[in-house]
Write a protein that binds this ligand. Structure first.
Ligand code: SF4
Length: 338
């Protein structure tokens, strides 16, 4: 699968800076694009005369809009806006569409495709969905693209914490096809729907059923839940990033733990890290922040780190056979001013 290099079009940002006559502009992007940050800053400064401050902290999504006193406009690159988040300052989103040859990829893997498929993608590849539909239909497949909730910007888009677009068509499909790189997103679809997911990865050039990865993660999650069952002393973690700030979930978790006659305190952090938990000497933690923290990084924590649903399983409030993906849904982060 050939990947066409990404093209970051700064025209939209340049126009916005000029219209707003912004003299100080913040520039924020995910790690994978930061290699281009300084050249983008130079281009913006040269075209508009503004000064640019590059937001250097890690950024994993539009859930994490950075602000800084004196910055008049934030240029956020690489993610689509989350319609249910209100930016604290004027913010312009520059998506970075990326092409790859999905027609060939689909045609080469015809024997692995079910007859009724759901299509999902990350924001970089959403523009390829119509071509994928056309190709799949010409191969005789029935194709569905679902509309997600207000945390997603377009039909078919999935986030690592929100697969509502996939769930919207779950009853009509036997398999999902995911367009995008890595396991982060297709794993969410697989965990959250329990249906097979075929991931078309433009970087690896591979079309992969991620069933094995899912099974490995499920085993890890059940091991963490089992370990947490005996914990009497818990931390409830809440994150200050605007699109991860689930305060009511944190209170609910704390109350459920206390009601089960165990100790629990809420700890607020902006960047949740394993070593930051050590001083509290707790035996388990539940994270109301990005769900992927527990799922992807959990095994590296010194104590079991669970999602709220997993915590309920550990406390005996949920059937152990009913595993659910923790999602952040529209309305879960009220007052989420970024
Ligand atoms: S909460 Fe996590 S998965 Fe969701 S958008 Fe933010 S970084 Fe991505």
């Amino acid at each position: 699968m050939m990947v066409i290099p990404m093209d970051v079009r700064l025209d939209k940002a340049i126009d916005e800076i000029r219209v707003r006559q912004a003299s100080t502009v913040g520039l924020q992007m995910p790690e994978g694009l930061k290699v281009r940050a300084r050249s983008m800053a130079a281009e913006l400064e040269e075209a508009t005369g503004c000064q640019v401050i590059i937001m250097g902290d890690p950024c994993y999504g539009a859930c994490d809009l950075r602000t800084f006193d004196g910055v008049e406009l934030l240029v956020h690159v690489g993610h689509a806006p989350m319609p249910d988040i209100v930016p604290k300052m004027p913010t312009i989103f520059l998506e970075v569409p990326m092409d790859f040859d999905i027609v060939q990829g689909l045609e080469d893997n015809g024997s692995r495709l079910s007859s009724r498929v759901g299509l999902v993608a990350t924001v970089q590849h959403l523009h390829l969905l119509p071509i994928a539909v056309k190709t799949l239909e010409s191969m005789g497949r029935h194709v569905r693209i679902g509309k997600g909730d207000a945390r997603t910007a377009a039909p078919g888009q999935v986030l690592g914490c929100n697969i509502t677009s996939a769930l919207a068509v779950k009853d009509d499909v036997e398999q999902y096809i995911f367009l995008g790189s890595g396991y982060f997103h297709p794993l969410a679809v697989s965990l959250g729907t329990d249906l097979p997911v075929l991931a078309m990865d433009p970087y690896r050039g591979a079309v992969k059923d991620i069933g094995d990865e899912k099974e490995k993660i499920v085993r890890q999650r059940y091991a963490a839940i089992a370990k947490a069952q005996n914990a009497d002393d818990w931390l409830v973690l809440i994150c200050d990033k605007p699109g991860q700030r689930r305060l009511s979930a944190a209170y609910r978790c704390r109350d459920m733990i206390r009601l089960s006659c165990r100790k629990a305190d809420i700890v607020l952090m902006n960047e949740i890290r394993a070593e930051a938990l050590l001083p509290y000497r707790a035996q388990a933690a539940v994270s109301t922040a990005c769900p992927r923290l527990a799922i992807d990084d959990g095994p590296h924590y010194p104590i079991p780190l669970l999602t709220p649903w997993e915590m309920e399983m550990a406390l005996g409030l949920r059937d152990m056979s009913d595993y659910r993906l923790d999602q952040i849904l529209e309305g879960d982060t009220p007052g989420n001013v970024g």
